[in-house]
Design a protein around this ligand. Structure first.
Ligand code: ADP
Ligand code: MG
Length: 716
């Protein structure tokens, strides 16, 4: 369904609301939505529907929705699932167009629940109504003063300018770190109707929201590209963070190729988030830490970090963390060094990280630390600062000083604070909302790393659309991107797997039509024909089996390399046919030019149920199979992204010319990846594809695919 800005606004900020199924039980432990809403200070008109009560907490109850004196903007429905279809019909008849469905046990549960959910959805569609949930706490909006949660929550008078989209009530209704200070939050629950794209777009378009955080278990099938489109626009305006869970579902589906097993759904999510510029977080701490960092800190202009520590050891921990999180140690300017050196004993050469302690021996620590900070923060070579230590109870209140300084310096400052009083000092410092405090060096640095990713990588990146290489076959229907509305790549995929077939030698024709270099080949039905084909291709050749049920040819002994004479070809062809005798009557002989040498890499492609066509790159052999050293990208690719993809693998160093090895033809590989990405984008019927191996030769010498395995839906 099309995005409905007005509906999204009303989900968060309705002028009137009815609680259907409002409970008569009130007080602690009653989980009473009506009670919570009133306690939250909601100012709109409130109605309740409960046939067994005349009023609850002073709110008049109506027996049914039809009896309501007006059609409220929003109905929060909290009734047993069996009653849901009737309640929704009643409400729709009364003119209600927006719903929050609280109950569990619907689409996420059993078949009965799924049937109820689709019946309800049908009613909604008939009336042009929209819904959040089911299985949700709904929305919380501290900015305007509305909440639908059955868990009580006090309205934060001064919330963070942050919006959260989640798939659990955990974040919306508990004291889970920063998320209690949220400006706006929505639990999308089962996403029966409203899902991540709508919620994200709403938060992106609310100018009061400066940071968007997401806890995501998964998108709806077929919705990936729509989500990415919305996400790209969102990240151009404000940072978007995601903590993706349910990772272990990876590879749950049996895969029919290398690419199938390597490009599990989690890996594709990771690739998609990266492509959209969404910051990916590791866990709940990371989520909390990073929200705080983006809310408190100014943009980061570079990656050079200064570390000021109460101890040398702490400084080294932070320096290591810089390495881990893509940051560099700032090199102090000569002036900075000179000014600092005056404060330190002559036996110590000042450098970054700066161990402040020696300067403070025999003095009060805090003022010395404060002076060092001021000097370092003024250095134009410093983009951000990490402070390590605690207040030593000296003459200057170091907390105040750092806060006051951070405002003046205009550079991001994070603080690793430890010790008994840390929590109390942290709370005070953070009340300033300009210096976030963390419980470890790693977390203090990691937060800056995310800042750098957003302000430097995401906002700084060239935004290029993939360009279709010239000479590709014309496609009438356009690239086969999944259609969100129709969910064409949705639940049907599993069923389709059963009807997947492998292409035979015609796969090479398809590849060649996209300009993907393949070893010159001929197909033969008999050893004699193979020998004739070898003669016209030119010796030496390779003979292998193709078609039928042949899967792993080498394992069957059905690949014969380096055949240099007609006799050798004949003999090899006879042997191959013997070995694949049981693999079906369609097995043929494939005669190929023999291409010795080169480095073997794997290029793959897969149709992902969420994000559609994807490509994969790896170094092949042990790199992919044992180390899973592969990179995945969404198709189609730009040439830049193709290079970036390859560079993400560890094996890339081998291709780029590690040690005495020469550089491989990376340009040819990138071009092949781009062409492959268009091929799979054009052909949604391709379920999985492996070019394993592609042989890549020295720079300027090109690359050639010698083996192809293409699985297509056989109804295509
Ligand atoms: P399979 O993967 O089914 O075992 P391949 O066609 O990939 O069969 O062949 C196995 C290996 O033989 C390849 O990984 C490659 O090392 C080598 N090989 C295959 N075809 C050629 C060729 N035309 N030139 C040189 N080496 C080849
Ligand atoms: Mg192979």
């Amino acid at each position: 369904l099309a995005y409905d800005a007005a509906a999204m606004e009303l989900f968060f900020n309705p002028r009137s609301v009815v609680i259907v199924g409002a409970s008569r039980k009130t007080g602690p432990g009653s989980f009473n939505i009506l009670e919570n809403l009133l306690a939250y200070g909601y100012r709109g008109r409130v109605y309740a529907v409960n046939p067994r009560a005349s009023d609850i907490l002073g709110v008049k109850c109506y027996p049914r929705a039809q009896d309501l004196p007006e059609a409220p903007d929003l109905a929060v429905v909290t009734v047993p699932r069996e009653l849901l279809p009737e309640v929704v019909r009643d409400c729709c008849t009364r003119g209600v167009r927006l719903f929050i469905f609280v109950p569990q046990g619907l689409g996420e549960a059993d078949e009965v629940g799924a049937a109820i959910q689709s019946e309800v959805l049908e009613t909604l569609r008939r009336h042009g109504a929209r819904a959040v949930g089911p299985n949700t706490l709904g929305t919380i909006n501290a900015l305007d003063g509305f909440m639908s949660s059955f868990m009580g929550l006090t309205r934060n008078a001064d919330p963070f300018p942050c919006g959260l989209i989640c798939q659990t009530g955990l974040f919306l209704a508990t004291d889970l770190g920063q998320t209690t200070s949220l400006g706006k939050g929505i639990d999308v629950g089962n996403q029966a109707d409203i899902g991540f794209p709508d919620a994200l777009r709403h938060l992106a378009e609310d100018p009061r929201v400066k940071v968007i955080a997401m806890h995501m278990e998964g998108l709806r099938p077929g919705e990936g590209r729509l989500f990415l489109e919305v996400a790209r626009e969102a990240v151009a305006r404000k940072p978007v963070l995601v903590y993706k869970t349910a990772r272990s579902a990876t590879g749950a589906e049996a895969a029919g190729s290398h690419t199938g097993s390597l490009a599990g759904s989690h890996e594709v999510y990771v690739a998609a988030f990266e492509e959209a510029g969404i910051i990916q977080l590791k866990d709940v701490d990371d989520l909390d830490d990073t929200i705080k960092a983006f809310v408190f800190l100014p943009p980061m202009r570079g990656r050079r970090v200064a570390i000021l520590s109460i101890s040398g050891g702490g400084g080294i921990m932070a320096a290591d963390a810089c390495d881990d999180h893509g940051l560099r140690l700032a090199e102090f300017s000569p002036e900075t060094r000179a000014r600092l050196q005056e404060m330190f004993p002559s036996w110590m050469t000042v450098s970054n990280p700066l161990d402040v302690w020696p300067a403070a021996i025999g003095k009060e620590y805090d003022p010395v630390f404060a002076t060092c900070l001021d000097i370092v923060a003024a250095d134009p070579n410093v983009d951000a600062l990490v402070c390590i230590g605690g207040s030593m109870g000296g003459g200057v209140d170091i907390g105040d000083f750092v806060v006051e300084g951070a405002r003046r310096w205009g550079k991001p400052v994070t603080w690793w604070l430890y010790g008994k009083r840390a929590a109390a000092i942290a709370a005070e410092v953070e009340s300033s909302r300009c210096v976030p405090v963390y419980p470890s060096a790693d977390r203090a640095v990691r937060a800056l790393g995310h800042l750098a990713t957003y302000y430097l990588d995401v906002l700084g990146r060239r935004k290029e659309a993939p360009v279709r290489p010239v000479g590709l076959p014309r496609v009438e229907r356009g690239p086969g991107l999944p259609d969100a509305a129709a969910g064409t790549n949705g639940p049907g995929l599993r069923a389709r797997r059963a009807t997947v077939r492998a292409m035979g030698a015609e796969a090479f024709d398809l590849l060649r039509s996209y300009g993907i270099p393949v070893a010159r080949w001929a197909v033969a039905s008999s050893p004699q024909a193979a020998a004739a084909a070898a003669a016209s291709l030119g010796l030496p050749v390779v003979v292998k089996a193709v078609g039928g049920n042949v899967l792993h040819k080498s394992e069957l002994g059905a690949v014969k390399l380096g055949l240099a004479t007609p006799e050798a070809v004949l003999e090899a062809a006879e042997d191959v046919l013997r070995r694949v005798a049981g693999e079906g009557s369609e097995v043929r002989l494939l005669v190929q030019e023999f291409l010795p040498g080169g480095q073997e890499v794997i290029l793959g492609a897969k149709h992902d149920p969420h994000f559609g066509p994807t490509v994969l790159f790896g170094l092949g052999g042990i790199f992919t199979e044992v180390l899973r050293d592969v990179a995945i990208g969404l198709a189609p690719l730009t040439t830049d992204r193709a290079h970036g993809l390859m560079a993400k693998t560890k094996g890339y160093a081998v291709l780029a010319g590690a040690r005495s090895r020469g550089r491989s033809d990376l340009e040819a590989l990138a071009d092949t990846l781009v062409r492959l990405s268009w091929l799979v984008a054009d052909h949604p019927e391709i379920v999985e594809l492996d070019l394993n191996p592609v042989k890549v030769f020295a720079a300027g010498q090109g690359c050639v695919a010698v083996d192809a395995r293409v699985l297509v839906r056989s109804d295509a």
